[in-house]
Design a protein around this ligand. Structure first.
Ligand SMILES: *Cc1c(COP(=O)(O)O)cnc(C)c1O
Length: 362
């Protein structure tokens, strides 16, 4: 029977293999998995246990709403929350043993006050900005903190943390500049372990590894070294069946806005995947679907629930009603789809829709 929707296959064994490969790349370092945004769209409740089984005992999520369901299924793991925790959340945070990542001096002082009030020591991670200018303490903040060591009383610094802006570009001088800025901070700040490298940072070399690395993308099969062949195992496959095939003659148009026009006698096929499923509308007249390795270009605009592709060049048995086309997979790497859509693999994965039939391969 033809499925009425796309089939999204997530290879959990590949996630575990990717974790082990990263552990080999950063020997002796703690590998903390970035599992925010529902494990980059792949399903946190399925991915986290597999990572834990592979040896992961430390997870990063974005906020409280992600941390609580993770705690429910991972009673032992360390869980750090990248942003959004406030001292007012103290009870929930301590009951669930969450570690806040503190991004500015105000947050540091609020946690210090909350800890002193309760006469306990609170585990925290402190975010240092080394050039991304997003979250974290900048040079002036660090100078103030050094003038006020009492702001850290009652806090146990689990990690100093910083984040690379250009780790996927090994030649970018920003990497060395951030490393130098971090080293300058560390000379002056109280000693504590250090967390720096994301996926790309792991591949920049051992001097970027410090005590803990925080990969996300590479675990899920994205290429941490975009200039070179992907060392990670692919995790995601997205297929969808042909719902209808029609003959076209020269001059016929297809889709909303009639933006595609046939130049020849040919065939169009319709698949039940659209922008509401994460098939970005920017793939209109630019994307491709593979039928047994034969690429069919997207013909016209991607609709909300459907996409039309030009299957004229696809051999007959592969382009019949019910035949499956591959939108992401061996013939259609996530990075390739991202390039055609004008975005990055991260956005492709985190946009994967909720209507697919999800199949998890153990
Ligand atoms: C998302 C994130 C990561 C993971 O980055 P990848 O490029 O996916 O490996 C690490 N650290 C921080 C602070 C993040 O926000």
């Amino acid at each position: 029977m033809t499925p009425e929707t796309g089939i999204l296959t997530i290879d959990l064994a590949a996630v575990a293999a990717n974790y082990r490969l990263l552990a080999e790349k950063a020997p002796g370092k703690q590998i903390a998995a970035s599992i925010k945004a529902d494990a980059y769209g792949l399903g946190m409740t399925r991915v986290a246990p597999v990572l834990a089984e592979a040896g992961c005992g430390f997870f990063y999520v974005a906020n409280m709403a992600e941390a609580l369901p993770l705690r429910a299924i991972q009673p032992e793991a360390k869980i750090a929350v990248l942003h959004g925790l406030e001292a007012g959340d103290w009870d929930t945070v301590s009951r669930n043993r969450l570690i806040p990542v503190l991004p500015h001096l105000g947050a540091i002082r609020a946690w210090r006050d909350a800890a002193l009030e309760r006469q306990v020591t609170a585990p925290v991670i402190i975010f240092l900005d080394t050039g991304m200018n997003r979250l974290g303490l900048g040079p002036d903040d660090v100078a103030q903190l050094l003038d006020h060591p009492e702001w850290l009383t009652g806090l146990k610094i689990e990690f100093w943390l910083s984040h690379l802006a250009c780790s996927d570009e090994p030649e970018n001088p920003m990497n060395a500049a951030q490393l130098a800025a971090l080293t300058q901070y560390l000379i002056k700040l109280p000693a504590a372990p250090l967390s720096f490298a994301n996926s790309g940072g792991i591949f920049l070399g051992a001097q970027y590894h410090f005590d803990q690395v925080r990969p996300g993308a590479a675990l899920y099969g994205l290429n941490p070294t975009p200039d070179q062949p992907n060392p990670m195992r692919p995790v995601v496959r997205l297929e969808a069946p042909i719902l209808q095939v029609r003959d076209v003659v020269p001059g016929m148009t297809a889709g909303y806005g009639a933006t595609w026009r046939s130049k020849r006698l040919g065939k169009l096929a319709v698949l039940p995947v659209g922008y509401a499923d994460g098939l970005m509308r920017s793939l209109s007249n630019r994307g491709h679907v593979s039928f047994g390795g034969h690429l069919a270009p997207v013909a016209g605009r991607v609709s909300m629930d459907l996409v039309t592709v030009d299957v004229t060049g696809v051999p007959e048995p592969l382009r019949q009603i019910g035949a499956m086309g591959e939108l992401i997979g061996a013939a259609r790497e996530v990075e390739t789809v991202a390039r055609e859509a004008g975005t990055i693999g991260y956005e492709i994965l985190t946009s994967l829709g909720s209507r697919y039939k999800r199949v998890y391969k153990e």
